[in-house]
Design a protein around this ligand. Sequence first.
Ligand SMILES: Cc1ncc(COP(=O)(O)O)c(C=O)c1O
Length: 400
Amino acid sequence: MPRPTKTPLSDSLKQLVGQPASAIDTPALVVDLDAMQRNLSRMAEFCRKHEIRWRPHAKMHKSAVVARLQLHAGAVGVCVQKTAEAEAMAAGGVTDVYISNEVIAPQKLARVARLAHALAGEGGQLAIAVDSREGVERLAQAMDQARRDAGTGAGAVIDVFVEIDVGQGRCGVPPGRAAVQLVHEIRRHPALNFAGLQAYHGKAQHIRGAAERREAIGRAAADAAFTRRLIEDEGVKVGLVTGGGTGSMVCEAASGVYGELQAGSFLFMDADYAQNERDPAQPQFEQALFVKTQVMSTGLQHAVCDAGHKSHAIDSGLPKVHDPDGTLDLDYGNGGDEHGILRPARAGVAMPEIGRTLWLVPGHCDPTVNLHSHMIGVKGGLVDGTVDRIIRVDARGALT
Ligand SMILES: Cc1ncc(COP(=O)(O)O)c(C=O)c1O
């Protein structure tokens, strides 16, 4: 497997390891490694208890080192959304990768097919989702071309999941006959292995009420079970139904239909997920991802910190000011690219003084990580802890 050259970490970053967390310059993306490890253990335990496979989504952390930690904890492999993310994971030693998304451009499919061959050569496996006849045909052509280019006999086989739209209104064929037809298309090609159904309901993840989430996933599971039955009535085994995110994973796990969970955000969490009503069956995931920031200016009724939306994504709302002991009840307001405006959330709350360090909880973890080339891993607490490691965001900007 060709390993892309990595930009070396700067000396100042390397020297940070072993330093107190207070030495981290701002703004910086910081991972509370103790909280992350607890999230990882709780997820692993949940999946063991429910006897369900676990393939976390690496589109969230985009880091091969973190992916390997997840594999070590019991994950069967990782999901990614993009070919370039799959390449970054493979380059970082992750050999079981599922692109849980459709890939259509021939130049990308050529990369997918090359990667499938490279991973197979290392005893690994690549998988991909499809939702169109064109997608299947083009993937098959790319796989055949890669086999010819490699000059090997049988060549690699790629696992293919048919995506059904179970309520998100994004990719996927409607549940039912359309999926059966695609399965037949896939089975015409020896380099493609029909591996099962992808039934991910993205919209359900952020339904706030636990009962409403259960209802939505109940319908998704019924659609997946119906589609599976139609396919199996034609004598074709459906090896796996895969899906589920952090918001709904307990519902997929209890459905008896899904055999694999794809949750990603559980590892770091974010302010958006914090608004979901917790399902009693859901493991207690903790906030592990923070933007460290500093108050750089104060006005009569506000303070300004040095983290704006170049430091954190705002698609799911502005960050929250981390307030573990209830003394920092501040609202974060948009101050533009490089600034955040802080105001007391209620009367009687003191404004933070100039120079004060604050920790922000990003609205949405995935696109926040993608804004940074590295994350700083801290052990022993955000305030009194020590920098333990620098984690590269290997797939930062890996959009193709
Ligand atoms: C196909 C697919 N599976 C799984 C996930 C993981 O969801 P989460 O990060 O909310 O756990 C996503 C996230 O967008 C996704 O698109």
